[in-house]
Design a protein around this ligand. Structure first.
Ligand SMILES: *Cc1c(COP(=O)(O)O)cnc(C)c1O
Length: 390
């Protein structure tokens, strides 16, 4: 027994050994030629992963929440109308951030497990002029996947900026930022991008950069202000030194390594791997007669799965049994139903073997707690589905 635990939560995730090794490299000056090259290359590689050849990338020390904050601070002015399309906890967080900057927010929410309809979104966009709308691509609290493409189309039709919270989707779910016309796609390092926590990453369309340049009022946030960061990003991409706040040197070295791994696999292949594994995993879960939060599989995320505890099983007991089998999964996050479900992350470096281990531990734990299920059933369903996908 090596005592190694498998970290299967929706971020931080299991990182590639090469990424962790890169992180441990001797820290160089942030203006050393080798680091300038690494930073510049990372900015370029982001465009490939986001499918945004024309976008303006930003790499800033911080978390996903900082990336959300940055998009709001730079694009929104007091009194602007903003439409929040929410599918859980992180939709509400976006609303809180906008409210904090004095925006006029309207939140659209569907019943739990359902997606807000396009008709409802269009009706709202018609009712008044919205400066921006937000979509949570994958809400990590519910495991809900929202298709951003038709919503981004509506945003363009009504001349509204679209901001995609892709913290739990970039490098795991399909994103074609430029083709779909999404103005901001933001994420954090510790999720499907596959780098330890500490980097906020954004890709901003030229249209959104114009809106930013033409704003009337100053940006009420010093650290988030793109006036400070844009010259730094431009300089590093042109392989020139620059400074505003010291870049997270080691994390950026690790980011370049991870982006290279992602691009080597190919973003399309990577998305397909996530789809196939998620589908097979859901088959395994269903074979245990367990239910997932999203009502239909077309709105079930491919980067994580949220599963209700079965009747008669105490959630905390199940999670501790799974943990004693060296598999770490996450509890519920959405207030009100927090103790009625749990979440399994399956993004980034995830392999079929990882998910076999999760299903085996889950099944064994359920059996030990007296749940009535045939041993091996979930594995059979998982394998069957995966073989079909090949
Ligand atoms: C994790 C997450 C966030 C917050 O990211 P932090 O790095 O924890 O600040 C925001 N949105 C979504 C969808 C997330 O999954």
């Amino acid at each position: 027994m090596k005592g190694r635990k498998l970290l299967m939560i929706p971020g931080p995730i299991e990182f590639e050994p090469d990424v962790l090794q890169a992180l441990g490299m001797a820290t160089t000056s942030h203006v050393a030629p080798n680091f300038i090259e690494v930073f510049g290359k990372s900015l370029e590689l982001m465009r490939d992963v986001w499918n945004s050849p024309k976008g303006q990338p930003f790499i800033v020390a911080g978390t996903g929440t900082l990336a959300m904050d940055m998009s709001v601070a730079n694009l929104i002015e007091q009194g602007d109308n903003v439409l929040i399309i929410s599918s859980g906890y992180f939709g509400k967080r976006f609303k809180d951030i906008f409210d904090g900057y004095g925006a006029n927010t309207t939140i659209l929410e569907a019943p739990l497990g359902e997606a807000v309809s396009l008709d409802l979104i269009e009706k709202e966009l018609k009712s008044k002029k919205y400066k921006a709308l937000t979509i949570t691509h994958v809400d990590t609290s519910t495991g809900m996947l929202i298709d951003p493409k038709p919503i981004a189309q509506l945003a363009q039709k009504y001349n509204t900026l679209s901001i995609l919270d892709g913290v739990c989707s970039v490098a795991g779910e399909e994103i074609n930022q430029d083709e779909w016309g999404i103005d901001v796609v933001l994420t954090a390092s510790q999720k499907a991008i596959g780098v330890p926590p500490g980097l906020a990453l954004l890709m901003v369309s030229q249209k959104a950069m114009e809106v930013w340049k033409n704003r009337k009022t100053p940006i009420p946030n010093y650290y988030s202000d793109w006036n400070n960061w844009l010259p730094v990003m431009k300089a590093y991409e042109e392989r020139r030194p620059s400074y505003f706040g010291t870049p997270a040197v080691n994390l950026i070295v690790a980011l370049e390594t991870s982006l290279k791994i992602i691009c080597k696999e190919g973003i399309e292949n990577r998305v397909k791997r996530h789809k196939n594994l998620a589908k097979a995993f859901r088959a395994g879960i269903t074979a245990l007669n367990l239910e997932i939060l999203p009502q239909t599989t077309d709105i079930a995320a491919n980067t994580l799965t949220a599963v209700y505890y079965p009747k008669g099983i105490v959630g905390a007991k199940l999670l501790s049994k799974i943990a004693s089998n060296d598999i770490i999964v996450a509890g519920g996050l959405l207030s009100g139903i927090q103790t009625s479900y749990f979440r399994i992350g399956h993004m980034g470096s995830v392999s079929p073997n990882d998910l076999v281990a999760v299903l085996a531990a889950l099944e064994r734990s359920l059996l030990e707690l007296g749940y009535d299920v045939e041993s091996g059933k979930s594995l059979q369903a998982f394998q069957g589905e995966l073989l079909k996908a090949k």
